[in-house]
Design a protein around this ligand. Structure first.
Ligand SMILES: Nc1ncnc2c1ncn2[C@@H]1O[C@H](COP(=O)(O)OP(=O)(O)OP(=O)(O)O)[C@@H](O)[C@H]1O
Ligand SMILES: Nc1ccn([C@@H]2O[C@H](COP(=O)(O)O)[C@@H](O)[C@H]2O)c(=O)n1
Length: 226
């Protein structure tokens, strides 16, 4: 039997809308690769912090942007991320990295480097790939076969995140999410934005299983040529 043509799916949206959980499950169900582009921006931020780069100085960040080697593993059931051969899956999720990643990802030299990496990973995915982030549909893969833009109310997103981060209160989690989205949406180079041809899915009142089913159906319809 002929194998289906590779399909490229772009999933964007603000923090905590369910991009990672949805993308991993959709890629697993459909036998596709998976790329978490937020992890790449977190990894380069972790390297900057670990190497004493001044995060408040865009010129210093730009000058260092080409130095770390970032490698992403794209198995949706076990995605990996290394910097110069070091597994950074844990360290990139710290509060320190989360609070600094928007400043690092706003620097155009950083975006150019990471965007090139993302395009080469997508191009080499034999069965196709689900790529999630903030600018995948608008900038990284503007010719993706399917573009999804996930949204959810700040309250729903904060409640989801607070459930993950034991001991954090919903109010401060909500404020932190809003602040990061504002920074990501207002930067000059490829801000967080919905592509004109993306399908918007508001997940506020949906369970994760419902969102996954919705996206799988959209991919299957695309593949069937509807
Ligand atoms: N529809 C949903 N209903 C309830 N919980 C959900 C839903 N979607 C995702 N979640 C939960 O919300 C949390 C955040 O989801 P996830 O990490 O997938 O979001 P994200 O958009 O990738 O966030 P970020 O951009 O910050 O990495 C996870 O604990 C996940 O299990
Ligand atoms: N395509 C992308 C993806 C992410 N970013 C930046 O990385 C931060 C972390 O993303 P998470 O998905 O892991 O929360 C995010 O806040 C952005 O600053 C990006 O710029 N472009």
């Amino acid at each position: 039997m002929e194998s289906p043509t590779p399909v490229i799916v772009a999933i964007d949206g603000p923090s905590g809308t369910g991009k990672s959980s949805t993308s991993k499950a959709v890629a697993t169900q459909l036998g596709l690769s998976y790329l978490d582009t937020g992890a790449q921006y977190r990894a380069i931020t972790w390297w900057m912090v670990s190497n004493g780069i001044d995060i408040d100085d865009p010129a210093e960040i730009a000058a260092a942007a080409g130095k770390p080697e970032i490698v992403s593993g794209t198995d949706p059931q076990g995605p990996t991320i290394t910097v110069d051969g070091v597994d950074v899956a844990g360290p990139i999720r710290t509060q320190e990295v989360t609070s600094k990643v928007s400043a690092v990802s706003a620097v155009s030299e950083v975006r150019a480097r990471i965007t090139e990496l993302q395009r080469s990973i997508a191009a080499s995915a034999e069965q196709g790939i689900v790529v999630e982030g903030r600018d995948i549909g608008t900038t990284v893969l503007p010719d993706a076969d399917l573009k999804i833009f996930l949204t959810a109310s700040p309250e729903a997103r904060a409640a989801r995140r607070s459930g993950e981060l034991k001991g954090s209160d919903v109010h401060s989690t909500r404020e932190a999410l809003i602040k990061r989205d504002a920074a990501d949406s207002s930067r000059k180079t490829s801000p967080l934005a919905k592509a004109g041809d993306a399908v918007e899915v508001d997940t506020t009142e949906l369970t994760l299983a419902q969102v996954i089913e919705c996206v799988v159906t959209l991919v299957e319809e695309k593949r069937a040529g509807k």
